[in-house]
Design a protein around this ligand. Structure first.
Ligand code: XIL
Length: 395
């Protein structure tokens, strides 16, 4: 679509960048742009988000964005210039943090809903749905302190936790990640594939056994029969033992009428891994359950996971035109794989985990820079944006 919509901008940019205005001044000539740069300027120009069609208008399913709110640094109520971008391109918002356990349930008998209420109000006022993330997650960063030391009846306490939160947002939050990351890999082959998987040895598993998962789904359904309930995890798209274990769990739920509506694939991917073949096979296998399949946290690291583990690893220090184009192709291929493997009625949507590269969560966990998202820090679009748009429009 962009090739039709932006030929003039492309030509203009090429002619500007290839003309050498310095010649007449006697200064050193600027080297001509390389081939990838020429392709980007012609086909994937770095224009403002306002100059390209809204991503959400290109899909029949929700296109979501992870957002910060409350007192987070990039709260959309502080950095308000995000708001028109969100409105133009996204039909769903997902709180990156403020609906996690410690934010909503900081003390045993205290629930704090104000920040999340404000976000939900914003979303609904702007015709966006809200995907709640996440009712149960073991991660110590977000597990409430009081819960770590809880000595009472865990099953009753967790029922109350899920029931109170989902009841509060009944009719307002469209879908939930009910349980996040309950499955762990036990063995990995030399090619990086999981060859064994089991339940993650979380505090919930230790206190309640695997039943904590189904109990959470039952409590959520009890609190809001209309909300869609997802099991969400990472590394499912590698199509290995972790996916198979997860699907066995989900199929067992279905066989026993435990309420569950969908499977969330986080899709924190890398430029070179997993393969498109594996990703597509994983979506196909998951879709065979008949459940909704949702890409819940998509981003894409430039630096390869394999290389990053080597002692002489040298991360890319800038997003070169070549890398940007490769990233664009891969975003396109992943979205295309989703569309090919998941029937329309089962598409729960695609959510991106962050708006601009400069705010990716990876900057807090990696010692080198990354550029995993669709927008540059000045809210212009990256080639990756066009890759997603091309896949959605079938071009
Ligand atoms: C991340 C947030 O983006 C960060 O701001 C926070 O510091 C840590 O958590 N999988 C998940 C998300 O399910 O909740 C995580 O979000 C990213 C990995």
């Amino acid at each position: 679509m962009h090739k039709i919509a932006y030929p003039l901008i492309g030509l203009l940019l090429i002619s500007c960048s290839s003309s050498n205005k310095n010649n007449s001044t006697g200064l050193t000539p600027v080297p001509p742009p390389n081939q990838s740069q020429i392709i980007i300027e012609r086909d994937y120009p770095r224009v403002s988000y306002t100059e390209v069609p809204g991503l959400k208008t290109l899909a029949e399913f929700s296109i979501g964005m992870e957002v910060q709110a409350g007192d987070e640094e990039r709260s959309l109520f502080e950095v308000v210039d995000q708001q028109p971008l969100l409105r133009q391109h996204f039909s769903e918002v997902v709180p990156g943090n403020i609906m996690k356990m410690s934010f909503l349930h900081p003390e045993e008998n205290v629930f704090t809903f104000d920040d999340a209420d404000r976000l939900v109000d914003f979303a609904l006022a702007n015709n966006m749905t809200v995907h709640g993330h996440t009712l149960i997650w073991w991660h110590l960063e977000q597990l409430p302190e009081w819960m770590k030391n809880y000595t009472g009846d865990w099953n009753a306490m967790m029922h109350d936790h899920v029931y109170q939160i989902v009841s509060h947002f009944k009719g307002l939050v469209h879908s939930w990640d009910v349980v996040n990351e309950a499955v762990a890999v036990t063995d990995i082959s030399s090619t990086g594939k999981a060859t064994g998987a089991t339940y993650y040895d979380s505090i919930f598993y230790q206190k309640m056994g695997e039943e904590f998962i189904e109990n959470a789904f039952k409590s959520a359904r009890e609190a809001d029969p209309d909300a869609l309930l997802y099991y969400n995890d990472w590394a499912l798209s590698h199509n290995d033992a972790k996916l198979d274990f997860t699907l066995a769990m989900v199929n067992d739920f279905l066989a026993r009428s435990i309420p569950i509506d969908g499977i969330g694939f986080q899709m924190h991917t890398w430029l070179e891994w997993p393969s498109i073949t594996d990703i597509k096979a994983a979506f196909t296998k998951a879709a065979a359950t008949g459940l909704m399949i949702k890409i819940t946290e998509m981003d894409m690291r430039i630096n390869s996971s394999f290389l990053a583990q080597r002692p002489n690893f040298r991360p890319a220090l800038q997003l070169t035109p070549e890398l940007a184009l490769t990233q664009k192709d891969r975003y396109k291929a992943i979205v295309a794989a989703y569309l090919e493997a998941v029937p329309p009625a089962q598409r729960g949507g695609i959510t991106f985990w962050g708006l601009i590269d400069g705010e990716t969560w990876m900057q807090h966990v990696l010692p080198y820079p990354e550029w995993p998202l669709l927008f540059n820090d000045d809210y212009t679009v990256k080639p990756a944006f066009y890759g997603v748009a091309e896949a959605l429009t079938g071009h």
